[in-house]
Design a protein around this ligand. Structure first.
Ligand SMILES: [Zn+2]
Length: 366
């Protein structure tokens, strides 16, 4: 995903979520974007169905407001309405967050990117390395991966060749899949093309084979049996191995399945609108509109919205018994600056042996 950087979250809200299309356009025109602050005090937060946005810039006046969106529906999508738009925040109270710049080393290609707008660096999905086009999300995957393997976060060009370490990615971004192939015994895998991997149906020959797995923004698209997918990921890991996981998730509440009865289903497009048609195992026909898609080609429909607590539970229940760590801390050296406190990178480890726990134990933050 898309991921829910604040900007994308707003995009989601505006595109999908406000049902009335004219209203959508009006809000889209009005709210240009949310600034990406360093300070935690300016982070957005989601609480009891309300999304609090500390800074929303309004066009065309250029004024900055705080706003609250109210979730008026949660299934099959979050649908938000503007609940409250506060008076403009006086300029002297803003600390020029928009103008902050960052010089960082891309931990994927090694390029030093000089004086880049912080608001760009902290976009989860937008390319911000001028050479390889890496985004915050992919840099944070490599940050967590190298920290777990080498004990410190390393740019891939400085990582020692370690062919004894076996890993597999699921539809990984080419920009880091290539260097990982050079450094480790790593291969990428795909659902629709070779080398294929159906993570809901993994052959036993793949069990306990890998030191690491990468699943970055995949699990929200697995059509059904996502519990099975997590169980198979744990089975594929050697004892002591770990999963680097990213998915869009919300900070509060339970994980929500948008289409819980999927059985025989297909997408139907008519006159510019796409529907999901489903026949349940009981033969009941269902039509869903208001679908949320996520970049790229093919069937990348959002199937569910995870929550932080829901993810920890599903990981623990699936055999990741060596500890779960959420990489919450920024590392500006490598262009890792999170504007939000959710949708972060998670590492879930399998215990070395059933009766030892050399991982993080119950630690849930870094
Ligand atoms: Zn780069």
């Amino acid at each position: 995903m898309t991921a829910l950087s604040v900007k994308r979250l707003l995009g989601l809200i505006l595109r999908l979520i406000v049902r009335d299309s004219q209203k959508q356009e009006a809000i889209k025109r009005m709210v240009r974007r949310v600034r990406s602050p360093f300070g935690k005090s300016k982070q957005s937060w989601f609480d009891s169905g309300y999304l609090h946005l500390p800074e929303v810039r309004i066009k065309p006046q250029g004024t900055i407001h705080s706003a609250v969106l109210r979730a008026i529906a949660v299934s099959p999508q979050y649908i938000f309405e503007l609940e409250q738009l506060n008076p403009p925040i006086p300029a002297h109270i803003l600390n020029e967050a928009d103008d902050r710049r960052l010089t960082f080393c891309c931990n994927i290609c090694g390029t030093t990117n000089t004086d880049v707008a912080l608001s760009l660096v902290s976009e989860r999905e937008t390319p911000s390395c001028e050479k390889c086009g890496s985004s915050l999300r992919v840099r944070s995957v490599i940050h967590a991966l190298t920290a777990e393997i080498f004990g410190e976060s390393l740019p891939l060009p400085s990582a020692p060749i370690s062919k004894s370490i076996r890993g597999v990615g699921m539809s990984d971004w080419d920009g880091y899949a290539k260097p990982l192939t050079r450094i480790f015994s790593y291969h990428n895998s795909f659902y629709h093309q070779e080398p294929k991997l159906d993570i809901t149906n993994v052959p036993e020959s793949e069990f306990e084979k890998y030191d690491f797995l990468i699943s970055s923004d995949v699990m929200e698209h697995v059509p059904k049996d996502v519990d099975k997918a997590f169980t198979y990921m744990a089975k594929m890991l050697k004892p002591g191995g770990f999963l680097v996981l990213t998915v869009p998730y919300k900070p509060d509440g339970d994980h929500e399945e948008f289409y819980p009865d999927l059985h025989e289903y297909r997408l139907i497009s008519t006159a510019g609108k796409t529907f999901l048609y489903n026949r349940t195992s009981e033969g009941v026909e269902q039509i869903y509109d208001n679908l949320v898609f996520h970049g790229g080609d093919g069937f990348t429909l959002f199937m569910r919205m995870f929550s932080e607590a829901g993810l920890i539970k599903i990981l623990e229940d699936s055999g990741f018994d060596g500890g779960i760590k959420i990489y919450r801390d920024d590392d500006p050296r490598y262009g890792i600056v999170w504007p939000i406190s959710w949708c972060l990178t998670i590492v879930a480890r399998k215990a070395h042996q059933a009766d030892t726990n050399p991982g993080y134990g119950a630690q849930r933050s870094s």
